[in-house]
Design a protein. Sequence first.
Length: 99
Amino acid sequence: MPAARENDETSHERSTIVTVPELEEPILADVESARDQIRPWLPPTALRSYPALSALAGMELFVKHENHQPIGAFKIRGGINLLSRLSEDERERGVISAS
């Protein structure tokens, strides 16, 4: 492992505190708005039916395989929706994400 440099010019002391508002249950308009924000960036996720699963549940079920998205997960949808709603000032400050 490389030794730390004494005069490393990279500052790791910068700290930002972000206050996250309490989340409210989404309404249909919220879902439709998110859909409109995501649509230009991702293909729709196909719905698939599995007769055995529907029979087991006693109703017709459909499954959306988000693992068929380009990165293999549903998280990209939330990320795109969130980033699309940032103000210009927030965008200029940048975003750090971890999963």
